[in-house]
Design a protein around this ligand. Structure first.
Ligand code: KG4
Ligand code: ZN
Length: 341
């Protein structure tokens, strides 16, 4: 079964053709990072306009790379939530139109589910159920318990910021370019991860909190520079040396990863029946996390971030689990709907 997957929830315009939820026949991703690096973050209106510009060329390239005609495609899958409203609209309207035009069944897929299913793409070692999945992205930080395919229980979630958002905001304080995750990881390579002691949030159970960590970095930078807490955060970068930036990046990266791993071992304690542990979402590209999380399964690094292949894979497993197609005339977008809804 060949599925065309379309993803436009944030700042990547992506389409891919995947066979049987596993074999990637094509995977085209056009990122808007260059545009948003200048602003230090995503501007939703600009993101939507950029999706509109490249959406059809991206779909056409995905079909061409996969050497497929429309006759070869069995279904179309698209991200319908969560995400930026304008961005989601471009992807869903494209998928709806293509489904009607080419008379294909349409499947609306939850974005976090897609991230989890990136772990089944390509030549992978076996993943066994029940499993624990840690979804760590720019918009989410959740621990999921999956008893079988397409069943998700949220057992832990962030009470405020997502971990990727925290990487992005800390990078901004340090004057490192957007997106913050890769630029912090790069700067951290030359830093001392024990230089600055940053706090771990005191939250019992499996929930997270990352807003305090971001503020702790801000206060530590102000203190290091001998500046008052009223000093504007956007100006701090002008006073930091390269060495200080590297040490802050390394100390922050270590603390963020340690917080994730602490919660993960708590989740394993609470769910001793879990046979596999998978990571998903943009932050799972982090190399230090990959080295420290022993025995865990990670997507191929290029599939950690947003892409269409994971959307097609998730739809495949949903179809296997009995999901019915969505009426293309009725597909709506629900930016805040939960993965277990
Ligand atoms: O999953 P994703 O591509 O988009 C969302 O669904 O949010 O995740 C994007 C997030 C950004 O916050 C980015 O800074 C972070 O993933 N990220 C990383 C790394 N690469 C991307 N965070 C830490 N280390 C990385 N190497
Ligand atoms: Zn994502």
């Amino acid at each position: 079964m060949k599925i065309l997957g379309i993803e436009t929830s944030c700042d990547e315009t992506a389409a891919a053709v995947v066979e049987n939820g596993k074999k990637i026949l094509s995977n085209v991703v056009v990122s808007q990072i260059d545009i948003f690096a200048e602003y230090g973050g995503v501007i939703p209106e600009v993101a939507a306009r950029s999706h509109l510009e490249v959406m059809m060329p991206v779909v056409e390239k995905a079909m061409k790379d996969a050497k497929c005609t429309w006759d070869d495609i069995d279904a179309i899958a698209v991200t319908y939530a969560p995400g930026l409203l304008g961005s989601l609209l471009i992807g869903t309207l494209t998928a709806r139109t293509l489904a009607i035009l080419h008379d294909k069944p349409l499947y609306a897929v939850h974005h976090l589910k897609s991230h989890v299913y990136a772990n089944w793409l390509g030549d992978r070692s076996a993943i066994s159920f029940p499993l624990l999945a840690m979804v760590i992205s720019g918009g989410h930080t959740q621990i999921l318990y999956m008893p079988e395919h397409d069943k998700f229980d949220i057992i832990g979630t962030t009470r405020d910021d997502a971990i990727g958002e925290c990487f992005d905001k800390v990078a901004k304080i340090l004057g490192l370019p957007y997106p913050g995750g890769p630029s912090i990881a790069k700067a951290a390579k030359n830093g001392d991860e024990n230089k600055y002691k940053l706090p771990h949030p005191k939250i019992d159970g499996l929930d997270f909190s990352f807003s305090g960590l971001k503020t702790a970095v801000l206060r530590a930078v102000q203190k290091e520079l001998g500046l008052p807490i009223s000093h504007p955060s956007h100006d701090l970068k002008n006073h930091l040396s390269d060495k200080q930036v590297a040490d802050f990046a390394a100390s922050f990266e270590k603390t963020a990863i340690d917080i994730l791993l602490e919660k993960l071992s708590e989740a394993k304690k609470q769910h001793p029946d879990a046979k596999s542990l998978v990571f998903a979402g943009g932050v799972s590209a982090n190399q230090k996390l990959r080295e420290k999380a022993e025995g865990a399964v990670f997507p191929e690094p290029k599939l950690s971030g947003d892409n269409g292949a994971m959307v097609a894979a998730a739809a495949y497993y949903e179809i296997q689990a009995g999901k019915q197609p969505t009426d293309p005339y009725k597909l709506n977008i629900y930016p805040r709907i939960s993965i277990d809804a």
